[in-house]
Design a protein. Structure first.
Length: 293
């Protein structure tokens, strides 16, 4: 295949290279620093920060699937990718993306238990439960990615080999498949509904119960403290799910690849770089751990 990427703007190649290089370095370093800071501070070895460590590691992997390849393409001018390479990129992108959907739901459940059952929180969210929730997220992500990638790359490709995107995303690759792809689209929408909407509904239910509990707190200071523990997670969820739902849960006839290319930047590039900024700037414990480190 040939990945079109941003090659239609050769005059902007140097700008795009520097922009994506800066984004990649900040994303990796930011998430790595949060990961090391949490590991180094025993006070942060709690369920909330266990999930945040998982998220930071996940964001490093997630960004590394696409941006290094984009940088190589911009630097060398060679935008070709092998059939196996494209399949591998799609698999890992879906793997980490689906895992993040499930992990964000697990984090919402953790916040629900912390606010609605504060006295039993450490008993309910013990080490075993946290490990099971995290492992389930990674296993679910792997199964979704394996199913999608195997299904799409077992189909026949013909005609154009140009992928109008900056990586091997599902929709642009599916547009190169021969024949009627109605059932493929339906399968993708149903799977996306399961892996995106199901965790999102769990998050909505968790936050519905959280808001109900927060409103029962009498003091304004108590309500603010309770809500501040959730605000960082809410910000990440809004950006990630907002764009992912728009991209995946709609028919092929409504695809606008140039627009989708820009929107894909939000959940594949913007969210991972915002994660360390949001969690470090709005979290006193993380800032304390960072200053100690």
């Amino acid at each position: 295949f040939v990945i079109l990427g941003f090659s239609h703007r050769p005059d902007m190649k140097a700008f795009f290279f520097l922009l994506f290089l800066c984004i990649y370095i900040i994303t990796v370093l930011g998430n790595l620093i949060i990961l090391l800071a949490i590991n180094a501070d025993p006070a942060l070895h709690t369920p909330m920060y266990f999930f945040l460590r998982n998220l930071s590691f996940l964001e490093i992997c997630y960004t590394s699937v696409t941006l290094p390849r984009v940088l190589i393409n911009l630097l060398s001018g060679d935008t070709s990718i092998s059939f196996a390479g494209c399949a591998a990129q799609m698999y890992f992108f879906l793997f980490f993306g689906a895992t993040e959907c499930c992990l964000l739901a697990a984090m919402a459940y953790d916040r629900y238990r912390a606010i609605c059952n504060p006295l039993q929180y450490m008993v309910i969210m013990n080490k075993k439960v946290c490990m099971q929730l995290a492992a389930s997220s990674w296993i679910c992500g792997n199964l979704v990615a394996l199913g999608h990638t195997t299904f799409i790359f077992s189909l026949p490709f013909c005609g154009s080999n140009v992928i109008n995107h900056f990586f091997c995303e599902i929709q642009p690759v599916l547009m190169l498949v021969c024949g009627d792809t109605y059932w493929n689209e339906l399968q993708i929408i149903l799977a996306a509904a399961f892996v995106i909407l199901m965790p999102f509904l769990l998050i909505l239910v968790s936050y519905g119960l959280i808001i109900s509990s927060i409103l029962k707190i009498r003091s304004a200071k108590g309500r603010y403290k309770a809500f501040s523990t959730c605000s960082s997670h809410l910000a990440v969820v809004t950006i990630f799910y907002g764009t992912a739902v728009f991209i995946y849960i709609r028919p092929k006839s409504s695809y606008y690849l140039d627009v989708d290319k820009v929107l894909s930047l939000f959940y594949s590039v913007v969210t991972p770089i915002l994660n360390p900024i949001i969690y470090s700037l709005r979290n006193r414990e993380v800032k304390g751990a960072l200053s100690k480190m």
